[in-house]
Design a protein around this ligand. Structure first.
Ligand code: FNR
Length: 362
């Protein structure tokens, strides 16, 4: 494990560890995969404006999310089907949750998790939020919210960028069939026809409610007192609508390039959204975070914290719970060094002035 020094190496290890179908499911994006690539590339076009001769002998990365203190502004993004991270299904969300607890961070558990949310909750103590999709069967979704409350989840993260599944060509070619979702056993049939391209797409079009609209935020508000975050915002117009709808935070996200290809790289729209929201609610960020420098750049452009998706599943596939821990610790360590070399001993010291985007003159 000591030999692994960055996320890219974990990606390579995951590729070697997994059957092609599963690795492609984790790694892939929609259509030309332009957005997937741009999410990462756009970070490379942002440079630093480091300040020197600042006392950085002590670096404090800690922050707090909706009142829950965490060790650094790095959380685990919801990613479905962790059972696929091991050819025999030995690594699951329970391993990821234990790593989250060990690293003192928050795990956003996917609605499409392979373990039930109760299993995840009882495996360890970690602050958990539940990511939600709204099914055509509203009763199933409403029941899941109640179960999350009972199991001690602290917030609901409603993902709004999947009215239909993006065309993930690798999954179509591989005829990818997702494992059955234990959370919904008995609620409805999860059979998908293996010969008809991606089973993920077949399941989504059968189960997801594509009529979901802003008025449904009210419905969600009426069934839970938990804070609600909306994940999948890419424009200042929708950010303002989210504020009007009374949500407790938003996540700037293009679903890691898995939904609408040629959506902008998330880091390029973050600032516009932060400015629109004007500090009224926290703005979280995901998409393409692979380095501690990326975390710093997102914070400098106004994010409260970042979520990481693929690096977590690479870690899980490569080395199980220890792999996830190592991924988080590595990115944290890189972030700590970035703070020191930029002259920022605390999160509050990170400002817009510490970065230069590609549109800005020297
Ligand atoms: C996801 N993502 C996702 N999002 C969500 O709201 N619910 C989900 O079930 C899933 N499932 C999922 C599976 C896999 C394999 C991936 C890679 C992604 C999207 C995820 O939460 C996040 O938005 C992106 O992964 C962020 O981009 P990076 O960090 O992967 O570049």
């Amino acid at each position: 494990m000591d030999q692994i020094v960055n996320v890219e190496e974990f990606q390579e290890l995951a590729k070697r560890a997994l059957p092609k179908m599963y690795f492609d499911f984790y790694n892939g994006g929609a259509e030309d995969q332009h957005t997937l690539k741009e999410n990462v590339e756009a970070f490379r076009r942002i440079m630093f404006r480091p300040r020197v001769l600042v006392d950085v002998s002590k670096i404090d990365m800690s922050t707090s999310i909706l009142g829950y203190p965490i060790s650094a502004p790095i959380m685990i993004a919801p990613t479905g089907n962790h059972k696929l991270a091991h050819p025999k299904g030995l690594f699951r969300e329970t391993a990821t949750a234990k790593a989250a607890a060990a690293c003192n961070t928050i795990m956003i558990v996917s609605y499409m998790s392979s373990c039930t949310i109760e299993e995840i909750a009882s495996s360890c103590y970690a602050v958990r939020f539940l990511q939600l999709y709204v099914y055509k069967r509203r009763d199933v979704t409403a029941q899941m919210v109640k179960r999350a409350e009972k199991a001690g989840f602290k917030a609901i993260v409603l993902t709004v960028d999947v009215p239909k599944l993006g065309r993930r060509e690798k999954d179509i070619k591989n005829k990818m069939i997702p494992p059955k979702l234990k959370n919904f056993e008995g609620a409805f049939s999860m059979e998908v026809r293996p010969n008809k391209g991606s089973g993920v797409e077949a399941f989504t079009s059968r189960a997801f409610d594509s009529s979901l609209s802003w008025k449904d935020i009210e419905w969600l508000r009426s069934i839970t007192e938990l804070p609600i975050l909306i994940k999948g915002i890419l424009t200042h117009e929708d950010a303002l609508k989210a504020v009007e709808a009374g949500v407790d935070g938003i996540v700037v996200s293009n679903h890691g390039g898995r939904q609408l290809d040629y959506s902008p790289a998330t880091i390029t729209v973050l600032e516009e959204i932060v400015q629109a929201v004007g500090g009224s609610i926290p703005v979280f960020f995901d998409g393409g975070v692979r380095r501690g420098t990326d975390v710093f750049k997102a914070l400098a452009l106004g994010a409260k914290a970042v979520l990481i998706g693929r690096p977590i599943v690479y870690g899980l596939a490569a080395k199980g719970e220890d792999g996830v821990k190592k991924v988080i610790e590595m990115i944290k360590n890189e972030f700590e060094i970035t703070m020191a070399l930029s002259g920022c001993p605390t999160i509050a010291d990170i400002t817009r002035n510490h970065v230069r985007t590609e549109n800005e003159k020297l």
